[in-house]
Ligand binder design. Structure first.
Ligand code: AMP
Ligand code: MG
Length: 528
């Protein structure tokens, strides 16, 4: 491996606020556990790489000066052509339940962690490159990622971060003309991915399956010591591991509640894609809802719909059961049952709160869950665009409404609900059945009348809960098509909007519309 010389060992005492590549503090991170847990392996350099995208937000997160991205040394690092000298890069082993079947040996087949960066504030992040070449865990794979999937993960993870949903982050994309063969020849991309840890449920499953219970304990101890300070304070071993499970179950439940609220479908919720930290992890055939369709299946290889949108909470709980089984050498049956029982209430509470925020309800009432269910059923029946509906609802004022009709009595009335007739008409037009829309809006108006908050405050709060922009599949596809022609401007424009999805971006209004007809033909699969 040529080049290098970046990064220093963590023992250095002087730390710049925003570091250069050379002054970044790099530690071993998870690989410090030893050779049982990782394969130490240098990345395979990408041939003649070029920089396709870079996120200054993520650079700031890891304490890297944004200007460093302009250096050829950064590109070399992002393309796997060099490494941090201080630490040997590594791929981690794990197992996992894939579509319900246990696969005893998986692992980072194409992701290589270059080290763990410590920021001036003491935060630590794994610096991982995905698509970095073969490792001991590549099985039959080539260790590469196609540019298409790299762009989707880059935009997907930064969009989720913009929405305030826990996720791994994306620092950069390096591309190359190097061919990668999938269904058709494509070109290669390498994504630089950042997270405090990429540990998965499957990491525990791997060691448990081999009855290597000391290793299960070592991974649990590592996770607790580094990422769960509250759990680390629990004195007794048995309680501490039970608390770890409880914490992971809770984080997972809350994460999925956020997915459901924003209309995100992951696509491949295998246990090897489930983060111990409750992060959205491993973006493959994911999708954001366009028209509200509870049974939405974004992964076209998921024939049985195991990972359909509305099955995500149940699947997440199933995955938590798999994690509990993998921790059974550390956590008693009763403690595990108690931790798992906490999933449903944690999910329900977070989801109900998210829906209340989306509808602008600041004072919960007993009937709200029924209202939410009926409203979502009406959206589904009418194939209403999920994101556009809630954003439009956020602009609907009732304050100066004077002429309200009765939905049943005057179904043709256009001013029947709100003071702002135009906003009202736009909302009603989203529905296939006008009477359905009017009935829902009447009911909504009656519910809003019970709130003490004034209209302006409610609408402002709703605009912070209802994004105007999400990464619709066709938007990602447009950016991918342009990138194949070496035009990366759409990636940058989309990224700029998605990092701030609750604000208006008048120049980018087109990103907020419904999908064009050709989008119906798009299909995404596990191939990446
Ligand atoms: P995924 O469906 O992307 O979560 O991947 C499932 C497993 O397959 C993981 O262990 C990956 O590291 C591995 N994998 C996926 N694609 C490749 C590839 N092109 N080369 C090597 N391993 C891969
Ligand atoms: Mg994966």
């Amino acid at each position: 491996m040529t080049g290098g010389g970046y990064g220093r060992r963590m023992t250095m005492l002087t730390r710049a606020r925003a570091a250069t590549l050379e002054s970044l503090m790099i530690g071993e991170g998870y690989s410090s556990l030893g050779d049982e847990y990782v394969e130490r392996r240098d990345p395979t350099p990408l041939r003649d790489p070029y920089l396709i995208a870079f996120s200054p937000d993520v650079a700031a997160l890891v304490g890297l000066e944004a200007a460093q991205a302009e250096r050829p040394e950064f590109l070399r690092l992002a393309a796997g052509c060099s490494r941090f000298e201080a630490v040997a890069p590594y791929a981690a082993v794990y197992a996992g339940h894939q579509f319900g079947s246990f696969v005893p040996q998986l692992g980072d087949g194409r992701a290589i962690t270059l080290g763990e960066v410590e920021t001036a504030d003491g935060a630590r992040y794994e610096w991982q490159i995905k698509g970095a070449g073969q490792t001991a865990f590549s099985r039959f794979g080539d260790g590469r990622a196609v540019l298409r999937s790299t762009i989707r993960e880059y935009l997907g993870s930064e969009a989720m971060a913009g929405l305030g949903i826990p996720t791994t982050r994306a620092l950069a994309i390096a591309g190359s003309d190097e061919p990668v063969f999938r269904e058709t020849p494509e070109t290669a991309g390498v994504l630089t991915r950042i997270a405090p840890s990429h540990l998965r449920f499957g990491t525990f499953e791997y060691f448990h399956d081999r009855s290597r219970f000391e290793a299960v304990r070592a991974v649990a101890d590592y996770a607790i010591a580094n990422f769960f300070p509250g759990v680390a304070r629990v004195a007794s071993d048995a309680d501490r591991y039970a608390q770890l499970l409880h914490e992971v179950v809770g984080r997972t439940a809350r994460l999925i509640a956020q997915w459901q609220a924003v209309g995100f479908a992951h696509g491949v919720m295998n246990t090897d894609n489930m983060s111990i930290l409750g992060l959205t992890l491993d973006y493959g055939p994911f999708g954001f809802l366009d028209a509200f369709d509870p049974g939405f299946i974004c992964n076209h290889t998921d024939v049985g719909g195991r990972y359909a949108f509305d099955r995500q909470p149940a699947v997440a709980l199933w995955n938590c059961h798999a994690l509990a089984a993998a921790l059974s050498s550390l956590v008693s049956k009763d403690d595990a049952a108690a931790a798992l029982a906490a999933f449903a209430p944690a999910f329900q509470a977070r989801y109900a709160q998210a829906l209340a925020d989306k509808f602008g309800l600041g004072e919960p009432r007993p009937d709200d869950p029924t209202f939410f269910a009926d409203a979502l059923a009406a959206l589904a029946r009418n194939r209403v665009d999920y994101t556009i509906f809630f954003r439009a609802l956020s602009s609907l004022s009732f304050g100066d409404a004077t002429s309200f009709g009765d939905a049943a009595a005057s179904p043709q009335s256009s001013t029947l609900v709100a003071g702002d007739a135009d906003a009202c008409k736009r909302l009603i037009a989203l529905f296939e059945n006008r009477a359905d829309a009017e009935a829902l809006l009447q009911r909504y108006r009656a519910r809003i009348a019970l709130e003490s908050r004034d209209d302006a405050a409610r609408m402002a709060a709703m605009r912070r809960a209802n994004p105007k922009y999400v990464l619709r599949n066709y938007l990602a596809e447009n950016a991918i098509r342009a990138a194949r022609e070496r035009d990366y401007s759409d990636i940058a424009r989309l990224h700029a909007v998605l990092r701030d999805p609750f604000d208006e971006h008048p120049q980018s209004e087109a990103y907020a519309g419904t999908p064009p007809p050709w989008a119906a033909e798009l299909s995404v699969s596990c191939s990446s």
